[in-house]
Design a binder for this molecule. Structure first.
Ligand code: DGL
Length: 271
């Protein structure tokens, strides 16, 4: 057993959609959340920039002796998980990738839309995953880069007319091509799930499944910590958060999205 914290990071507040499941399944654990909002969005950044930010953040979390790291960001996982595993070979490391496998199992039409950042969709990791799952299942994946959507979530615009317009532009072609399953391939997007469902409902009467990976990520973390005997026995665990952006914005996001009020501190570039 270990009382040390679990480090979780994202380009911004998107990783809170993963922290929610981690906190629910591991209420005894101490969680450190790092929002790199000063450098968000990651979606349009180069792979090198994301690797540099991810290593800097991981280094910062390691100063608190994190016993495990969760890369709660699809874009950072695609770009930097290899570099992180090389730097921290002995630490349980969990990344996030678009849920193509569960989506393929759910789809009846064989057409699955994948909503993600430009960076995730352009990555070698995504290309390999897509190739592997479509070869095994014959499902056709329709990738849709959602430029600007993570920004809307960062701004707290979960229901605004501008966000609805953007989402409609991204979802409409997928539904028109027969998608009956949509993958949320960015951890920011679960926060606009009600709006996505509303828009899908306006576009089609057929049922459309929406796949999020927050829960499986938490399950994977539980498995890894259990296997290594690293679970914290006594509770409840505390949460603390850091941001390279606005402290108030992160506090607001925690309380509005998760009804939690952890202490939040601003940090510099960390690199
Ligand atoms: N939340 C991130 C993801 O899962 C990225 C959003 C961004 O910074 O572009 O991909």
């Amino acid at each position: 057993m270990s009382d040390k914290p679990i480090g979780i990071f994202d380009s911004g507040i998107g990783g809170l959609s993963v922290l929610k499941y981690i906190h629910a399944s591991l209420p005894n654990e101490q969680l450190l959340y790092f929002a790199d909002s000063g450098y968000a969005p990651y979606g349009g950044r180069t792979e090198d920039e994301i690797v540099e930010r991810s290593l800097a953040i991981a280094g910062f979390l390691m100063q608190y002796e994190a016993k495990a790291l969760v890369v709660a960001c699809n874009t950072a996982t695609a770009a930097a998980i290899k570099a992180l595993r090389t730097r921290y070979p002995d630490i349980p490391l969990v990344g996030v990738e678009p849920g193509l496998k569960p989506a393929a199992a759910l789809s009846k039409t064989g057409n699955v839309g994948v909503l993600a950042t430009k960076g995730t969709l352009a990555s070698e990791k995504f290309r390999l995953l897509r190739e592997q799952i479509s070869t095994a299942t014959h499902v056709q994946f329709l990738p849709q880069a959602c430029i600007g959507l993570a920004d809307q979530v960062e701004k707290g615009e979960l229901q605004s007319a501008e966000t609805a317009l953007l989402l409609r532009r991204y979802v409409e072609p997928l539904i028109a091509e027969g998608a009956d399953t949509l993958v949320l391939g960015c951890t920011h997007y679960p926060f606009v799930l009600p709006l996505i469902e509303e828009i899908v409902g306006q576009l089609t009467t057929r049922p459309v499944a929406i796949v999020d990976t927050g829960e499986p990520i938490a399950r994977q973390l539980v498995r890894l910590l259990t296997a290594r005997g690293l679970l914290r026995q006594q509770g409840p665990g505390k949460i603390a958060a850091f941001t390279t952006g606005s402290e108030t914005a992160l506090k607001t996001a925690f309380s509005r999205l998760l009804h939690l009020t952890p202490p939040v501190a601003t940090v510099g570039a960390t690199g």
